[in-house]
Design a protein around this ligand. Structure first.
Ligand SMILES: [Zn+2]
Length: 79
């Protein structure tokens, strides 16, 4: 894998790498909106995300758009 997290070395766990990769994706503006699936997701505050395309605003993780809590809420909302 040629992930940009390679410089952090092997002492960081997979979870940390995933979070770092997500943070870098946010900073580069490459996160996909979970609603319209276009890469227009922006973090407006800690845990608050908004999509520039469809205008949706939702709560997620502080550094990634989907936290474990957000996943649970999304699943219960779909049911
Ligand atoms: Zn959207």
């Amino acid at each position: 894998m040629a992930l940009s997290t390679g410089r952090f070395g092997p002492r960081y766990g997979t979870r940390t790498k995933k979070i770092v990769a997500a943070i870098e994706a946010v900073q580069k503006g490459k996160l996909n909106c979970p609603y319209c699936e276009r890469s227009a997701l922006r973090r407006v505050a800690a845990g608050i995300w908004t999509c520039r395309k469809c205008g949706v605003k939702f709560a997620g993780g502080a550094y990634t758009p989907r936290s474990a809590t957000a996943e649970a809420i999304a699943k219960s909302a779909q049911g």
